[in-house]
Ligand binder design. Structure first.
Ligand code: SF4
Ligand code: SF4
Length: 197
């Protein structure tokens, strides 16, 4: 890859990480806007359910963590702080909440596996550091999933992934990205997996 292509790719990844860091701001903006639209009856609840669910075809369960006012309240209630370590109680609460959810979460969660944009992994860029798994409330709660360990299911394909993209933000090498087409359902890297730090 040429140095120009390389620097373009790096700035694209940097932009994506900045966008992920601004998730809470986006959620406050969209959530407040949506709340006002509903309260003033400019849109009906049915239209919001259809919109949020349809968004699942493109992004998966994206609406909940980026646009939903109830999702925002839930984040604040459980103390989800977008840190790179989800070993606390908030991970368990998030996992339970996004397992139960609402009609939008039910439909868009089922679409996680088939959405146009999915979390992809560039295996050759992965150094098996495990930071992605530590940042993900799904892998912390569900041993059968991992973003990097071989033979495990991809947590981003599960119903409970809410497309917070914390895994991408935590990855130090840029091996993870959110783009068109899927990474494999099972990790197929054949290299041995060292212990996580
Ligand atoms: S987007 Fe990544 S960190 Fe967030 S729940 Fe899905 S797999 Fe886990
Ligand atoms: S954080 Fe990135 S480099 Fe580390 S294990 Fe996950 S995908 Fe691989």
């Amino acid at each position: 890859m040429s140095s120009v292509q390389d620097s373009k790719l790096r700035s694209k990844k940097c932009l994506l990480k900045r966008l992920i860091s601004a998730r809470r701001v986006a959620q406050v903006g969209f959530g407040a806007g949506l709340f006002l639209l509903l309260q003033n009856q400019f849109v009906g609840l049915g239209a919001v359910v259809i919109f949020g669910s349809a968004l699942g075809i493109i992004f998966g369960k994206f609406f909940c963590r980026w646009m939903c006012p109830i999702g925002l309240v839930m984040d604040l209630m459980v103390g989800a702080d977008d840190s790179d370590d989800t070993s606390g109680d908030s991970a368990a609460s998030l996992y339970m909440y996004y397992k139960l959810g609402c009609p939008i979460a039910w439909i868009s969660g089922l679409l996680n596996k088939f959405s146009v944009f999915r979390i992809r992994k560039k295996a050759e860029a992965c150094v098996d550091c495990g930071k992605c798994d530590k940042a993900c409330y799904v892998t912390v709660q569900n041993d059968a999933t991992s973003l990097f360990k071989q033979g495990k299911s991809n947590p981003a394909d599960t119903y409970t992934c809410s497309r917070c993209l914390a895994c991408i933000k935590a990855c130090p090498t840029g091996a993870l990205s959110f783009g068109i087409l899927a990474c494999k359902t099972k990790n197929r890297k054949t290299a041995s997996v060292p212990k996580q730090s």
